[in-house]
Unconditional design. Structure first.
Length: 755
């Protein structure tokens, strides 16, 4: 008999209860016991919800107060020496010190580095291993969660991050290869398995998403050594979970690792079932990931059913493709979705119900078969809906010619004309777009949204903020101004709200990191721009300033990347549609007299596929989309782009191919190291390596910025170099921004005098 389970459930709570509990604990308004009570309450509620929706068994230890990778590092006592005392003092505040840093007058501890979890928008804390790292077991968390579930009478399966993925995600402080620590880790891992078995666990789930990556021989050897060692342990039965893509060339390896069951992602890679089945030893069971854990559309249950039938006797579980961490909790809460959208969608709870239906149909349950037919027609209705298709957009896209994705002239000709028009000094100064979103700005937006501040009042408020912001920049002596983005709530939502084809949820929260959640727009249909989106504000700002004011847009790849995207056509097609809408906006800005237009693409890098072999195709359509948006303008209009949180070494060709006239990048935290890729490439266009880390309230002084600029000038042509912060300033306060930009402008002036 096949049974229904999940690999993990969203933790934050349908109403973001965990976020509220965490933030009030951090503020000191709530004590540890109250925080733990909220956490335990959420776990219980989520287990019960999963069971009520049709799960036969549930995961445990998938919960986390901040991050499951950090939990795993702590579980094996991989606590950096710097944080150990805080940890021994009080494990909970030590834990949060690792997650968020700790400054209390007595101590000044930095947070662990944070980075993206595979190709998701979830961020994990990078485990930090010391030279000679030793591991020991601190099993209280998984034991407590297992005990809690068992006390509720639930068949719970502890979820553990696997040893190889754990090491591969971590870093050694001495720069060595973390995989060398495997032999030190395995005894603690084996002890954990024995401990969980003694506590009553029948199964454990060992997550090894790294099996969906390109692996080398050392990785493969590590996998064999690790799982051979764990097979010797006194262990519950092991479910090895792989997800986020096909096993591909790792299929034989994964199929042969000594475990009792293997989970396959059959949403991203339905075809891999055929590939894996013949490789499996006779006694190996399967868990079939047949509904999408990464998106919010109702599943194709007929396809799920036929996969399950094909797997036959081996199929032990039906599950989502990956943990449900990446989708919101419960669609029922949505009250305001437009038209038929709600009938097309499924959140975590609904996804479990879908699995239940498939399991029912497999068992020959007539009621389930009826509901399955209904689900199929809801899905068919979406795919056939006229809301998904806009004939005009399709016609325009079909008519896109390659010439539309190239600027009319090469950079040297363009920059000469742009210089004539803009008359900028050497080392021009600018900022990335946003200025502080103060409490007043957020309050005015909230008042307006609630109807307490009318349109005219809100508009007058924003106009005043914008003009003030321009005056500030003029007083500071900045060369290329921005309007400040006060009218924008979020860099994707602002555009999504104005484009056809997007919808917005009220409860579609997904954890980004810790207590931070995002509510991705739902890109459900063809994208079109009914009217200009930013032109009025850009024109208003330009009318109130003598110096050039940049037009400010979010790029097509970033809008795509930070939305839930329709699954009925390739992502590339949706991206091109967004690009076409942005192209119209760019042309309208140009027609309104805007001389410099910035198209931000901070998410270009994070959209990279997990497998190298898939990179060129992605970079080709992503780059083409950017150029389609950017290239309609005349030579004298200057196109800027901005990217942050990125390594450039392996994508520099694609970044250069965007052919932006100016690119600003984040470089200050890496002390200009991120510039290396551009230098090696001999990147010819304008470049603004950030000289001021906007992620920190610290204000760098002029000398510090000058030093960074001198470093940049060692390797760049003076005519190439722009001077700007790392990213937008919206999270900062005015006093620090003023001080930092004043120092930045003087640093640029000093440089000009020395030139
Ligand atoms: N223009 C945006 C801003 O300044 C860019 C934000 C980003 O790169 N994440 O806020
Ligand atoms: Zn940025």
């Amino acid at each position: 008999m096949i049974s229904v389970t999940t690999l993990g459930f969203p933790r934050i709570g349908a109403r973001r209860e965990l976020k509220q509990a965490l933030e009030s604990f951090w503020k000191g308004d709530r004590d540890a016991a109250a925080l733990q009570a909220t956490a335990a309450g959420l776990r219980e509620r989520h287990w019960r919800l999963a069971v009520a929706a049709g799960a036969d068994s549930v995961p445990c230890n998938d919960f986390s107060l901040y991050d499951h990778v950090l939990d795993t590092a702590v579980l094996f006592d991989a606590i950096p020496a710097s944080h150990r005392a805080a940890f021994e003092d009080d494990p909970l505040s030590g834990y949060f010190a690792l997650a968020r840093g700790l400054q209390d007058g007595r101590r000044d501890l930095r947070a662990l580095e944070m980075t993206k979890w595979f190709d998701t928008n979830y961020h994990y804390l990078v485990p930090q291993f010391e030279p000679g790292q030793r591991f020991s077991l601190r099993a209280d968390k998984p034991l407590a969660e297992l005990a809690q579930a068992r006390a509720l009478g639930l068949d719970a399966r502890p979820v553990l991050l696997g040893p190889v993925t754990l090491l591969k995600l971590g870093k050694r402080t001495d720069g060595g290869d973390p995989r060398e620590l495997l032999d030190a880790l395995l005894p603690a891992y084996a002890e954990l398995l024995a401990t969980l078995k003694a506590a009553g666990a029948q199964w454990v789930q060992i997550d090894e998403p790294a099996l969906a990556l390109d692996l080398d021989d050392a990785d493969r050897a590590a996998y064999r050594r690790a799982f051979d060692a764990l097979a010797q342990a006194d262990s519950p039965q092991r479910l090895l979970a792989t997800y986020f893509g096909a096993l591909g060339d790792n299929a034989a390896l994964a199929a042969q690792l000594p475990v009792e069951a293997l989970h396959l992602d059959l949403v991203r890679a339905p075809q891999q079932l055929e590939a894996v089945l013949p490789l499996l030893p006779a006694d190996r069971a399967l868990s079939l990931g047949v509904v999408d854990g990464r998106n919010i559309w109702r599943a194709d249950l007929d396809a799920a059913l036929s996969l399950a039938r094909r797997a036959g006797e081996r199929a032990r579980w039906l599950a989502p493709s990956c943990s449900l961490l990446h989708v919101p909790t419960d669609l029922e809460l949505e009250r305001k979705l437009p038209g038929p959208l709600k009938q097309w969608m499924a959140y975590a709870k609904q996804k479990i119900e879908e699995l239940r239906l498939v399991a029912g149909a497999l068992a020959g349950d007539a009621a389930a078969e009826g509901e399955l037919a209904q689900a199929a027609s809801a899905r068919a209705a979406r795919l056939a809906s006229p809301l998904l298709r806009n004939a005009q957009v399709r016609k325009l896209l079909a008519a896109v010619e390659p010439a539309m994705t190239r600027r009319a002239s090469a950079y040297p000709q363009r920059i000469a004309l742009q210089q004539q028009r803009l008359k900028l000094p050497l080392f021009p100064t600018t900022t990335i777009g946003s200025f502080p979103q103060t409490a007043q700005v957020r309050q005015a937006r909230a008042e307006h949204k609630a109807g307490r501040l009318d349109d005219a009042g809100y508009r007058a408020f924003l106009e005043n903020e914008t003009v003030q912001c321009l005056r500030e920049q003029e007083a500071l002596g900045i060369d290329v101004l921005v309007h400040g983005e006060f009218e924008r709530n979020d860099m994707v939502e602002y555009f999504g709200e104005q484009l056809d084809g997007f919808a917005f949820t009220s409860h579609g929260w997904v954890q980004s990191y810790g207590s931070r959640c995002v509510k991705p727009p739902v890109l459900f249909g063809d994208v079109a721009r009914p009217r200009p989106m930013t032109v009025e504000w850009s024109r208003f700002a330009q009318d109130h300033a003598a110096k050039p004011v940049k037009g400010m847009l979010t790029g097509p790849v970033t809008i795509l990347q930070w939305s839930f995207v329709r699954d009925d056509q390739p992502r590339a097609d949706s991206c091109r549609q967004i690009a076409l809408a942005l192209r119209e906006e760019v042309l309208d800005l140009e027609a309104a007299g805007i001389a410099a237009i910035q198209i931000d693409e901070p998410a270009l890098r994070e959209g990279l596929p997990l497998r190298r072999a898939d990179w060129p195709a992605y970079l080709a359509w992503a780059g083409e989309s950017f150029r389609l948006a950017a290239s309609g303008v005349g030579d004298a209009t200057q196109i800027h782009t901005h990217m942050c949180y990125a390594e450039f070494n392996d994508i520099i060709d694609a970044v250069a191919a965007l052919d932006a006239d100016v690119i600003s990048i984040e470089t200050s935290r890496s002390r200009m190291e991120l510039l290396d890729a551009f230098v090696r490439y001999r990147y010819p266009n304008g470049i603004g390596p950030g000289v001021y880390d906007i992620h920190s309230p610290r204000v760098p002084d002029e000398a510090e910025m000058r030093e960074l600029l001198d470093k940049a000038l060692d390797v760049l042509e003076p005519a190439q170099l722009w001077v700007n912060p790392d990213c937008g300033l919206k999270t900062r306060g005015w006093p620090e921004v003023r001080a930092a930009l004043r120092a930045m402008v003087s640093a640029a002036q000093g440089l000009r005098e020395a030139a």
